[in-house]
Design a protein around this ligand. Sequence first.
Ligand code: ADP
Ligand code: MG
Length: 250
Amino acid sequence: MVAIALNETLPAVAPAPAVLARMVGVGKVYGTGETAVTALADATLDIRAGEVTLIEGPSGSGKTTLISILGLLLRATSGQVWLDGRDAARLGERELPALRARHFGFVFQGFNLFPALTATENVAIAIQMKDARMSTRKATDEARRLLDLVGLGPRAHHLPADLSGGQKQRVAIARALGGNPPILVGDEPTAALDTKTALSVMELLRDLASNAGRAVVVVTHDPRLEKFADRVIRVEDGRIDLATAPGATP
Ligand code: ADP
Ligand code: MG
């Protein structure tokens, strides 16, 4: 067969991971005139499938600004943010939410769960917000599947108040996985957790990258998370430390 003959001629090299997002020369200035603050300058970065990227740096160095622009939560003042072959910086306000929902899931330090909703309901409502046409029944089934995936199946019917910090963050990760976005972005997602729990949450994120092909981008202050990362990018005073090789293979 032709297909087999072709395959036999291919070199035995693993394919390069797909670039899911690319930031090129991104800058952000908050405010104008005398009060202007340059929070980010000339940030260039590739985000690849299957990779865990940690973003480290002192408080106020521009980490949240960087990942917020990547995740289309915030507009850059300069530069480009490429997704699906399009520069999101050039898209109108009406086009951004759908692009954001399709590409990104977000996890924050503070979990941000609805206190009156069970774990399943918290995840299901997020799924329906991404896909308004999905029935509640189907969204609930999908929420249960995602809660199983993050190891929370047995606690799916609990309210956030009855869950530990680590369990709440797992619910938030399940919620971020709703709609199956290829990129997970976390802003200090382990900062409110004790060490053991923080490591287990990071292990889960690592697993989602390695076994589900997602790109995981996590801002952290915690160097103990480095062992789970393919690369660590340092941000200092709004600049990516070039020695930490933005966009380069680890
Ligand atoms: P990090 O997440 O590393 O702590 P941020 O990205 O939040 O840093 O902030 C980077 C810089 O931008 C800081 O000097 C901060 O004070 C400033 N900044 C952040 N958000 C705003 C805002 N909405 N308006 C004005 N300045 C801001
Ligand atoms: Mg921050």
